[in-house]
Design a protein around this ligand. Structure first.
Ligand SMILES: Nc1ncnc2c1ncn2[C@@H]1O[C@H](COP(=O)(O)OP(=O)(O)O)[C@@H](O)[C@H]1O
Ligand SMILES: [Mg+2]
Length: 326
């Protein structure tokens, strides 16, 4: 039996039928492990060691009923509350949602005081700091669409000159928040750029518009650099964003040879950065985002493909721990 800690947002706000954090915790429990939860603001450093206020949690099993996940309420029950050294845990999952703000960064600095030889941290705090979810993709030159990052209106205007349309993205958001469709001739061009860059003070990403987004934004889950599952997300109504949180629907899909190539290009870098559990977004064969903080999609993939990705991830953790002991 392993002791696993999950750094999550307040548990009452999680959705057991959708959130990957819950799927992972449930999988850990059903494989016989102890599940403890904590939050970014409940971490401390004492005597140069990372500590946390942890609560033991017990989860109801989420089950598929006629193609939908269902769970009995209340879906979780809290037990003992302890203040313990994080190294007493076998593994820690960092699953706090963006934004990557000061609290988030401070939590990663605290996690630097966990001895990696004793406790596996998924994802590695240094990797979490190194990888801005939007910008990390830019190093994979053969996989990305034409993209700039700038706070400068004239640089953005120049980039737009050769493009009919582009997508403007704040660098620290998630779930489609603040994503804007931009046209060179848009009468609001100046205002859009001013508002999103806070008058030129904060850089944003501007990326060539990929018409293939209409056929979906694919989420591929990678475990230790290896793709283990995927789902397609389609926008609904007159919304262009494909995010599930923006009302997008999900559909069964496969990983294409081109997408395998993208994963292969990423794998060594992800492994070097300790980014063991990530979700990449691919539109029309182009890598648009590398989600490292709290990638989701496991519940949907398990439903569509009859997989048990949560258990696959926890079994991988078991193997890592076994490798350390022997
Ligand atoms: N280059 C692009 N071309 C067309 N649509 C895009 C592009 N980049 C993002 N989008 C749309 O915006 C949505 C969110 O983009 P993404 O970069 O994944 O940010 P996040 O999911 O963090 O908000 C995507 O699901 C897609 O619908
Ligand atoms: Mg995305």
């Amino acid at each position: 039996m392993l002791k696993l800690a999950f750094i999550i947002d307040p548990i009452a706000k999680l959705d057991p039928l959708h959130d990957t954090s819950v799927a992972l915790m449930e999988a850990a429990q059903s494989l016989g492990h102890q599940v403890w939860i904590t939050q970014a603001n409940l971490l401390s450093v004492v005597d140069s060691k990372a500590w946390a206020t942890l609560e033991h949690v017990q989860l109801q099993k989420v089950v598929l009923v006629e193609g939908h996940w269902e769970v009995n309420l209340p879906w979780y029950q809290l037990g003992d509350r302890i203040f313990a050294e994080l190294e007493t845990m076998d593994a820690i999952f960092v699953r706090t949602d963006p934004p990557v703000d000061a609290l988030y960064l401070y939590a990663t600095y605290i996690l630097d005081y966990v001895d990696k030889a004793k406790t596996l941290v998924v994802n590695d705090p240094q990797g979490l700091r190194a990888a801005n979810e939007k910008m990390y993709a830019l190093q994979f030159l053969t996989s990305i669409p034409e993209t700039i990052v700038s706070a400068d209106k004239e640089i953005i205007r120049e980039f737009m000159r050769s493009k009919g349309a582009a997508i403007l993205k704040p660098l620290g958001n998630k779930a489609g928040e603040g994503i804007l469709y931009l046209e060179q001739r848009d009468r609001n061009f100046n205002s859009i750029v001013e508002l999103s860059t806070l008058q030129g003070k904060i850089p944003v990403m501007v990326q060539t518009f990929l018409p293939a987004a209409k056929q979906g934004d694919k989420r591929i889950i990678l475990l230790d650099g290896v793709p283990i599952g995927a789902l397609n997300r389609l926008s609904s109504g007159n919304e262009f964003r494909n995010n599930m949180a923006a009302g997008g629907t999900v559909a069964k899909t496969e990983i294409t040879p081109r997408e395998q190539e993208i994963c292969a290009e990423l794998a060594p870098k992800l492994q070097a950065d300790g980014l063991y559990f990530v979700g990449i977004d691919v539109i029309g064969g182009y890598l648009t985002e590398v989600n490292v903080t709290s990638p989701t999609g496991i519940r949907e993939i398990d439903r569509l493909d009859a997989t048990h990705l949560g258990e696959q991830v926890i079994k991988w953790v078991e193997q890592q721990k076994l490798g350390k002991i022997t």
